[in-house]
Design a protein around this ligand. Sequence first.
Ligand code: GLC
Length: 532
Amino acid sequence: MANKDSWFPGSVIYQIYPRSFYDTNNDGIGDLRGIIQKLGYLAGSENSLGVDAIWLSPFYLSPMIDFGYDVADHCAIDPVFGTMDDFDELIEKAHERNIKVILDFIPNHVSDQHKWFREARMSKNSKKRNWFVWRDLREDGAPPSNWLSVFGGSAWEFDATSKQYYLHTFLKQQPDLNWDNPEVRSAMKDIMKFWLNKGVDGFRVDSVCWLSKDEECRDDPINTDFDSRTHSSYDSLDHIYSRDGPKLYAYLSELASVLDQYKDKVIVVEANPNLNKDKGYYLSFYNNVEPHVMAPFNFAVLNMPWDARSVKHYVDTFQAGLRSEYNPIYVLSNHDKSRIVTRLGVSAARTAATLLLTLPGSPFLYYGDEIGMENAAVADDNALDPITGRETYAEAGRDPERTPMQWSNGVNAGFSAVKPWLPIGEKYLQSNVLLEEDDKSSMLNLYKQLISLRRSNEAIHHGRYEPFDAPDQDIFGFQRIVDDEVILVLLNFVGESRVVDIDGDILFSTHPTATTGVLAPNEAQIIKLRGV
Ligand code: GLC
């Protein structure tokens, strides 16, 4: 994967949630033309952010129960986002600016409005019946197994017409496809080819852990560590049968093989370790999927406490296990997670940006984090995310981190001329692109500096990773090395000053004035070491 001839290793990828990026047709919802108009903000102009690629969350035809993750036609654009001509233009204009385009690909399930499912549910004899997972009820009428939906409740929905249950790992409107059926796999590979032939550069593949499951649908055992204050109800079971089944890597290898017929395309998969226990989980995707065009997101740092010791221990260990050709994909936020500033505060969010943009591999940024957007307050009555209120540990659902991009201090933060589909974040007067472009100390300029340094400095861009043991456990330090150039990254995770005795030149600091190794509260420094 970390093949120097490929565009991907070292690249910075920017996730766009199309509904919330920029609205050009005044319906309060972002669209593909909005993305085209804002490409200059992202790359290819003098003052651009400077990212290498964009990942577009789904824009396919969908009833939008799960906001596009319920696909009704994988090869059609939902009219709310525009047309196929708009998409073709987007690819062309992005490529003119040297921006690669990665699409969301959702293989585990479709919308219940998809023609495959509508046909499947018509009768037990339907030709499409076996494209989904149907099972008889137990003798007492209960669902076929105790499997749970990630979004709460049973993963089985009773179908009154055929008197069988069908499986849905997510919403009941998102029936799981039966990946053990070769026709399904073939149809899904054809969809990838459709988009690859249009010139897309790769895919972010959704929820892959569920592609293979126990064919007997045996009950998952109880998770004895379950705590409803910190876990979702889904994690009350230990999912040894309902996910990560025996064929997972074989099926992913089939998807990876599709890329063989094309040049320099990539796949990033979304997979979360069962009960958040890594134990080599991420590494197994690199080791077991052939050809080596696939890398998993690494959510470990996102999911752990912001604590230098834990993060250092994790990253040092993970990096040590990676072969040099494996490209790590660290990520600190996305459309399913609370915003970075909301989780850590503004000051530590600057440290976090430094961490993400100096680690090896291909970091993914989430739109709006670069201007320090925070979760917006979405009143319960206005909540749109279907999982809102379902879990005591995350009642607010995912609307707060999906609110419109804050372009300016104008009407609706410059996102749309009309009332947007989700409210504008309360702090848009302080956090918006227009204002931050002119403020040297803004979050936006911090991201721009880091991205530009990453691109111009070979050690940060492609160098190898070496641990660094700082004298203080509140500092996470690591080195990036190429030939005789050693770059030391020092990250102060706490709100108190710390000193590291070091000789070198500061290439970057989160703070306006900085002295090598003397770290103000939450300061991060990038230092070129002397005399090595
Ligand atoms: C992934 C997506 C999430 C979606 C779910 C079901 O986790 O990131 O937004 O709801 O899959 O497709």
